[in-house]
Design a protein around this ligand. Sequence first.
Ligand code: NAD
Length: 516
Amino acid sequence: MTHAILDTLGLASHDRVVEPASTADTITSVNPATGEPIAGVKLDSKADLERVLAESVEAFDRWRWVPAPQRGEVVRAIGDELRKYRDPLGELVSLEMGKIRAEGIGEIQEIVDIADFAVGLSRQLHGITMPSERSNHMMKEQWLPLGPIGVITAFNFPAAVWGWNGMLAAVAGDVTIWKPSLLTPLTAIACNSIAERVASAMGHKGVFQLVIGNDEEVSVPLTNDRRVPLISATGSCRMGREVGKAVAARLGKCLLELGGNNAVIIEPDADLDLATKNVFFGAVGTCGQRCTSTRRLIVHESVAEDVVGRLEKAYRSLLGGGKIGDPLAEGTLVGPLIGVPSVEAHEAAVKTAVEQGGTLVVGGSRLDPSKLASNGLKGGFYVEPAMVRMPAGKHLPIALEETFSPILYVTTYSTLDEAIALQNEVDQGLSSALFCGSVRSMGRFLDPGGTGSDCGLAYVNCGTSGAEIGGAFGGEKDTGGGRESGSDAWKAYMRRQTCTIHFGESFALAQGIRFE
Ligand code: NAD
């Protein structure tokens, strides 16, 4: 445990951070850039979860009494503290997850942004009023705190997803119980400690809870617990099916943010330079480990050779130019995958694509260590981002799945209707993008009748990844239907009550029913 980042963030002396793999109830957080251990983390047991649940129920009973604008003041202070520690926290994200430093810091900035948003929201948790059909009656809606909520997060956004949920939940009057990925526990400890420390100092202990444990011991029991009215879960579609079933069985609420299989369509009149830059960032950025990564390119047949040529050039310059390597090193554009299984899945998917009739244009293997950007990197889970051509107008079966690594499958089309049908052919419905020069194409893609993109996120002339916090984030179909972050996503963290008030004297029933 010699990392300066751990010292700066107080993790080296944290009571649940220990030497790597020191006991059976410890996991080791591994640096994917080197394959070396960073630190050990003590795991929670079922009994620890029970303690956390009991504390959360008590904390909720106190927190719900605090007026929402005062809850906003606590969130403001948390945002300020996160601002102070933004860079070391971002570096910890890079160290533990492998995304490059700028993206790690960007992830913490996203929490700062959502904290600001939540502060404003704390004075705007508006209900509406509506006219009553009875005289001397008034009707209104109000939004009430929900309870302790479970937040289960994926490894690839080890901080921001908690922030999106936790900051909104806090102003809503809820207590957050965070169950992070076991691949990124240190980031979770660092972020949650800051939030809990600030809230406690302001007299509100227990509003931000953390449980770190195996799925069977901690995560599954959390999803089954009736004291937790909402489970917000981010991860694979497989996980979402299990969590969705468990929560539905007890008639709880679920907010699911699951896998994506996102496409970019390029029209013949698009700005090809802009389109190519966006596709390249979307496909190789974060080493293909964003739920919104660009995985499919559907390009008009008249410009396909031009676009593929430009992309191939960009891939070759990335592979040959020492831009893949240590995510914390200056100049690195692409870091490692999270672990060995991801490297194996990358290679296997490329092999399957070729067996299914695809043509490998570039990349696709483990990275030759001599090509790594920084000397002295031992091990590490690096791959060459890959681009695969599919037959014209159709998908290879492998392209219909989400492989969580940088593989871009390319096909061509002749009409925009055909391209939209291809884009919508996959089971997932998270992010989509169209590059075009014409208002007609844009209108077709964003058709208000819903016959265009079937995704939760639709971009025109910008890429599939890189959402802003002001909009509601999430996707349709197998992506789970949840919405987080901006717009009215806060409503998921509250319960709606329709209030009808009679201020007259006569006995009046709705629908004109007489019951004398
Ligand atoms: P994962 O499904 O393996 O794990 C996600 C989380 O769920 C972890 O905390 C894990 O411990 C927990 N979990 C798994 N099975 C569970 C169960 N049965 N009950 C309770 N908890 C369970 O996902 P991952 O590999 O960490 O992340 C990558 C996946 O997440 C990709 O599919 C990616 O697209 C998706 N993702 C989606 C979004 C989004 O907003 N839509 C954001 C980030 C990641």
